[in-house]
Design a protein around this ligand. Structure first.
Ligand code: C5P
Length: 237
């Protein structure tokens, strides 16, 4: 799916909730004109596809963050199932390799409304963790290798840390989507994130979509927090 840039709705709110009720109490206060939503493994495993259908029925674009990683045939089936569910974005692990990436890509029709992106190296993994896996590249080198592979095999983009955004934007060009977590509006707590950027810094460095959880989900007024974030991105603050 081709996305016009800069994207008009760059914030993806991470629904890191353990059940439908707590997720819905936030969603009832959010406007699908202002943000998209990310459903990850915990919420999906607890609430299932019907919950995702409910979000889509409420006009939200849903990023199904299940990070598929399996043999090509299985991943292709899972990606096709996500597209049938009507999600706007789905992801796979680039470490599944060329055949898996191609199978995932081919599982989506040319005019599919679903974006396919990849995870490269998890940001929880450092150079020492890679070396223990017998990967001699640094994490930055491995991110570049896996992101390049993802682009070359037709994926729409990658999830990457804010730290990796400038190098990926520079080498992979403008058409490749960069989706970045670890975002904190100026003055907000970093929580357990080690390196954070503000929304406008992330966009300046080349991020297309910002995954933002607690700054919005824990805000007293999530909707006005989102409006503040959008104003900051648009240089109005
Ligand atoms: O609450 P917070 O804004 O830190 O949430 C960030 C979201 O992005 C969470 O859903 C987290 O799992 C996800 N994420 C991340 N870092 C990564 C990949 C995903 O924080 N490298």
């Amino acid at each position: 799916m081709k996305i016009d840039k800069p994207v008009n709705k760059p914030v993806i709110v991470a629904l890191d909730f353990p059940d439908t009720a707590s997720a819905l109490s936030l969603i009832n206060r959010l406007d699908p004109e202002l943000c998209r939503l990310k459903v990850g493994k915990e919420l999906f495993t607890r609430t299932g596809p019907d919950f995702v259908r409910n979000l889509i029925k409420r006009d939200f674009d849903v990023f199904l963050d299940l990070k598929f990683h399996d043999i090509p045939n299985t991943v292709a089936g899972a990606v096709a199932a996500a597209a049938d569910l009507g999600v706007w974005m789905v992801n796979v692990h680039a470490g599944g390799g060329r055949t898996m990436l191609e199978a995932a890509r081919n599982a989506l029709s040319e005019d599919s409304g679903t974006l396919l992106i990849a995870v490269t190296v998890l940001t929880s993994m450092g150079d020492e963790d890679l070396s223990e896996l017998n990967v001699s590249a640094t994490s930055a080198e491995q991110v570049m290798t896996l992101a390049t592979l993802s682009r070359d095999y037709g994926l729409d983009g990658v999830v990457c840390s804010a730290r990796e955004t400038p190098m990926l934007r520079q080498s992979l060009g403008e058409d490749f989507l960069l989706v970045t977590p670890g975002i904190r509006p100026a003055g907000d707590s970093a929580d357990d994130q080690k390196r954070v950027l503000t929304p406008s810094e992330a966009v300046r460095d080349g991020s297309d979509f910002l995954v933002i959880g607690r700054p919005v989900t824990q805000a007293e007024d999530p909707s006005s927090k989102l409006q503040q974030i959008m104003a900051e991105i648009n240089g109005k603050k």
